[in-house]
Design a protein around this ligand. Sequence first.
Ligand code: GDP
Length: 461
Amino acid sequence: MKNWLKGRKRARLLSLIQGTTVDDIDPLCGLVRVAQRKTECTVAPVAMEDNDHDAHSSSDDQDSTPPSPGPARLHHHEAEQDQDKEYVGFATLPNQVHRKSVKKGFDFTLMVAGESGLGKSTLVNSLFLTDLYKDRKLLNAEERITQTVEITKHTVDIEEKGVKLKLTIVDTPGFGDAVNNTECWKSVADYIDQQFEQYFRDESGLNRKNIQDNRVHCCLYFISPFGHGLRPLDVEFMKALHEKVNIVPILAKADTLTPNEVKKKKFKIREEIEQYGIKIYQFPDCDSDEDEDFKQQDQELKDSIPFAVIGSNTVVEAKGKRVRGRLYPWGIVEVENSAHCDFVKLRNMLVRTHMQDLKDVTRETHYENYRAHCIQSMTRMVVKERNRNKLTRESGTDFPIPVIPGANDTETEKLIREKDEEVQRPHLECEPEHTYGLKQDEHSSLELHSALGPDPDPETS
Ligand code: GDP
């Protein structure tokens, strides 16, 4: 009976714990959602099979007096014991994963790219409520002409409800600022490749325990609100990087456009992305068994691309409330108001719903591509080298062999011996000629030695 109670209580406790974890850990939504669903499937049949007993057990759970053992109860007891035996306990696996992940902490690397002045730093600060650009030096127009694309990295440790996140922001100052912007995406692409290379080296090395993952998980690409759709530079950048990183297009400074203009621009940009074959980050399809609300939210998210955003680091007063926004003579635009812009959608997507997916796609698709290329070219190099060695061995051209016509190995050895004997013979008479002769002989002997390859033991010769 005690055992049975323990089993039931444990099952109840489990679902209770799981319920709270879901609410508590928002950034882990995806993981915990799945975890919860799977646990319910495993635990629920135990609770549902015997409704009668369930009623008893709930009262049992509340008052600690054990139920009196009658014949019917004994029967139930046995049945429950059988069920308890079937409960192995792997339903707790999601909890174990969850606990371990929270303990370890999370990391996320976000890249922002686009012309300067489009509001990248303002948006990043608004997204994570930090000031990541304290020490930024703004260049004047003249300096910007000659400036090359730089890559800068800022890292902050954020903690929320006990969950730690190491956030790295990679910025690309100077991108698109020069008069000639040909291939200015190259240094960005190189940076992404370098991070993959570093990771590849680390995971192929001996100490794989504390690998620092600096791979870029997402790139927010800022599109100017003032052009007609994409600019050639935007197309070039996205095409060059779409197979290396998850690109999320952003329509910058949406407050400079009317709602109708935003709609039209979004449509045009989506059309051009399709037309130029740009592969931006694809949101995963939601499961068919998801509830309607979730499905609708997911569709809205997909239709929002490119996210039209407004950034601001100032708090203003609107309708008696203090909000993050931009104050204009005609009114206030609120950053976190969904009727004004897609800021909240973007933040939810990045942090609450798709952070893990962005990391998964980086690992499973972009990094795998890089790794496959690397291994392919390494294999090609090894095969080439092996073929070269084989050829060398077959043709025997590892070292320069003077061709001795008709001479086989024994003849060569005989020749060497004769020459050595000649060298060692005492040549006391006619010293000058002999010295000359000796030098000549030494030379030929050396030549022959080298023809036979390096002496395995110079001491013995
Ligand atoms: P970055 O060079 O791309 O990092 O751009 P900054 O974040 O430094 O912003 C450049 C200027 O644009 C600053 O004066 C910001 O106040 C302003 N700004 C930033 N975001 C917005 C926005 O959403 N709307 C408007 N109208 N201005 C913005």
